[in-house]
Design a binder for this molecule. Structure first.
Ligand SMILES: [Zn+2]
Length: 376
């Protein structure tokens, strides 16, 4: 009997030992799995570290957006105030406005938004006490005319009057302005809110970042990529640059024969031998319209074309050869003139005329009025 108990004890001990061994084996296997897993994790962490470092190095924080300097021509401010006051007198209590024309000079942090022109709201603009909707088709046509003078000119923002005291852009303005900015190629524009200075508590010039002119307060806001497309009020620099405005002569040419005048003007501007300038002499007592000055780039002479007030009459063409002013008499001007002859052709004819050795007897003295004008 005792042997049986001993045998059972041995079997139980064997089973217990086997269980312990199996448990230890399982534990060891689990330990190995855990270790393997940990080693994978560690390895993966090791692999990740340089990547994350690399990422930190590669993905730089976005460069801090820098607002451009905003410059506005003195003449634009004067004209804007004058026109707004005139409009207020004719139609009080409603919003009036203008498109702003300008360009962006330079790029990056040193860029400058230069406002140098205005375009009226247009005959089809809709105005009320709470809004002004511009006639954009009209403004686009006017902009294209200004681009004949300066190819860099673009729609750079808008200005409008708030009849009350609200000297910032409204929610409605924000919606419209953001749409225009996002649709523009510059992705940045400036917006001017005009209020009557008398509408404000102190009336006088108390806001140092505003422009006060002719009883009006002008506040200018930048909206664009450097302000996360939110308004940011700016203190503008006023500059003495001349305002970009269509000379009456070009306006007249465009109204007579729009397509021809457009092409003629572009052709004149593209002549490599000449630089083009419009002389605004409309105030001169004897000459009632401005004229075009074409200065030869490599020879000491220039051409002055005085368009006739009659569309079918030839212009007066003067050649200023180093102070010796002669009137160009050529067959096509004197006898064969038709309105289909372009100003560009006059430049070519004058160049040939000068190159041919200034033929003796082909010149006549310039009329005294024109000579007096040139010698002023
Ligand atoms: Zn508004």
């Amino acid at each position: 009997m005792a042997e049986i108990f001993v045998l059972i004890g041995i079997v139980l001990l064997f089973i217990a030992t086997a269980c312990v061994i199996a448990y230890v084996a399982l534990a060891c296997r689990e330990l190995v799995r855990v270790c393997a897993m940990l080693s994978v994790q560690v390895a993966s962490l090791k692999r990740m570290r340089p990547l994350s470092r690399k990422r930190r190095g590669r993905v730089e924080a976005p460069a801090k957006a820098v607002m451009p300097v905003v410059q506005v021509c003195d003449a634009v401010i004067r004209n804007l105030a004058e026109e707004i006051n005139r409009a207020r007198a004719l139609e009080p209590g409603v919003e009036h406005g203008f498109a702003l024309v300008g360009r962006i000079d330079g790029d990056g942090e040193g860029r400058r938004i230069v406002v140098n022109g205005l375009i009226a709201a247009g005959a089809k603009a809709r105005k009320s006490s709470g809004h002004v909707t511009f006639d954009r088709d009209f403004q686009q046509r006017e902009l294209e005319k200004l681009q004949l003078l300066d190819g860099r000119a673009s729609h750079i923002g808008d200005a409008h009057l708030h009849p009350g005291a609200m000297d910032r852009c409204s929610n409605g303005d924000r919606e419209t302005d953001r749409k225009n900015v996002l649709a523009s190629h510059t992705k940045e524009m400036v917006f001017c809110i005009i209020t009557a200075a008398a509408e404000h508590r102190w009336g006088a010039s108390t806001d140092m970042s505003s422009i006060y002119v002719d009883g009006l307060k002008l506040d200018i806001f930048y909206l664009g990529s450097a302000s996360n497309f939110e308004y940011s009020k700016v203190s503008v620099q006023c500059i003495a640059e001349p305002m970009l405005a269509l000379p009456a002569m070009l306006e007249e040419m465009l109204s007579r024969r729009p397509e021809q005048a457009r092409l003629d003007w572009l052709a004149l501007r593209s002549l490599k031998d000449f630089s083009l300038r419009v002389l605004d002499i409309s105030e001169h007592p004897r000459i009632s319209s401005p004229c075009i000055e074409l200065t030869h780039q490599s020879e000491p002479w220039k051409l002055i074309i005085m368009p006739s007030e009659l569309s079918d009459s030839p212009p007066v063409v003067l050649v200023d050869d180093g102070g010796d002013v002669r009137q160009l008499h050529d067959d096509f001007l004197a006898e064969k003139w038709t309105p289909h002859i372009w100003l560009t052709e006059i430049a070519f004819t004058a160049a040939e005329w000068m190159a041919s050795g200034r033929r003796a007897g082909a010149h006549a003295p310039a009329p005294s009025s024109e000579l007096a004008l040139l010698r002023r």
